[in-house]
Design a protein around this ligand. Structure first.
Ligand code: MLT
Length: 314
């Protein structure tokens, strides 16, 4: 008997190029991965599931997926996948760790410049028919000390880009060799030093039990009052309520935030009503280029995995 056509469950919107790369050998099905009541039954027949960051594949989802062979994350962060539970079940987890690093670094820069020159607020006055030239005073980026928290793939790209503005870049990264940082023109410091010295802080860490809440009320009590904080990494690395309070009390000058503890962010998320903040809805990876790369990389991995072939790093 011919084996049944493998079922590939697409749980989030993927680039058209990814759908093309999957080809026609599979029974492609779609579900809204954020809708658990729809996801769990849809997993029953799935040989592979393709996700971004809105779908959680935990022990419950794995238990609902007896045929599952591969979980493909069209992006980087695996904080929404229980990798040990998948591995224990023999389910392969693949991601695309190079796909959106440039796009993510560019988004952090975009947020920083938007915050520094109050571009969204100024834009809002223009479309309202106003001309408020004296209302908006910005800060120059040149000559500032920029503290990069997490000097991995994205942090390094951010550091190189922000260095081109004529800044002094320091970084906290317990895993990076000082020689590698020096080659990038970056001085490694400990986190308390970074918090004390930086005029601009940008976070580029994965979400793990160690990094969650890394910058909370106690840490925010030590920053310069002129500091701008950017987080396009993961929600909760900077405590949301503590940051909202610090902005309200003027202990942090401004912030640019792309990621939230709970996504979609709740209507009453404290950051929504904080002053001097620019918010985007987890757009750090949302360029056509990055989605093309992420989608085609994981599509290739899924094809190899379902054929039983070796899956090289994407
Ligand atoms: C990632 O980890 O790659 C990003 O959060 C982007 C995404 O959710 O696709």
């Amino acid at each position: 008997p011919t084996p049944a056509t493998p079922v590939v469950l697409i749980a989030e919107t993927l680039a058209p190029s990814a759908m093309q790369a999957l080809g026609s050998d599979f029974d492609i099905r779609h579900v809204d991965g954020a809708d658990r009541a729809a996801l769990l039954p849809a997993l029953a027949d799935a040989d592979a599931v393709l996700i971004r960051s809105a779908t959680t594949i935990d022990a419950e989802a794995l238990a609902a997926a007896p045929r599952l062979k591969v979980i493909a994350r069209a992006g980087i962060g695996l904080d929404n996948v229980d990798v040990p539970a998948a591995t224990a079940r023999g389910v392969l987890v693949v991601n695309a760790p190079q796909s959106n690093i440039i796009t993510a670094a560019e988004h952090a820069i975009a947020l920083l410049l938007s915050v520094a020159r109050q571009i969204p607020a100024a834009h809002a006055t223009m479309v309202a028919g106003e001309w408020k030239r004296s209302k908006f005073m910005g800060v120059e980026i040149a000559d500032k000390t920029v503290g990069v928290v997490g000097l991995g793939r994205i942090g390094q790209l951010f550091a190189a880009r922000i260095a081109a503005f004529g800044t002094h870049v320091i970084a906290y990264d317990p895993y990076l060799q000082p020689a590698r940082a020096a080659a990038l023109g970056v001085t490694l410091v400990d986190l308390p030093t970074l918090l004390r010295e930086a005029d601009i802080i940008s976070i580029h860490l994965p979400k793990t039990p160690e990094t969650l809440g890394l910058i909370g009320a106690a840490e925010l009590a030590t920053v310069k009052p002129n500091v701008i904080i950017i987080n396009a990494a993961r929600g909760g690395l900077v405590d949301e309520q503590a940051l909202a309070d610090a902005l309200t009390e003027g202990r942090v000058a401004a912030a640019g935030i792309d990621v939230y503890v709970k996504e979609p962010a709740a209507p009453d998320n404290p950051l929504r009503s904080a002053p001097n903040i620019v918010l985007t809805p987890h757009l750090g990876a949302s360029t056509e280029e990055a989605q093309d790369k992420a989608g085609t990389a994981v599509a290739r991995s899924v094809k190899l995995a379902l054929r039983g072939d070796f899956v090289p790093d994407a």
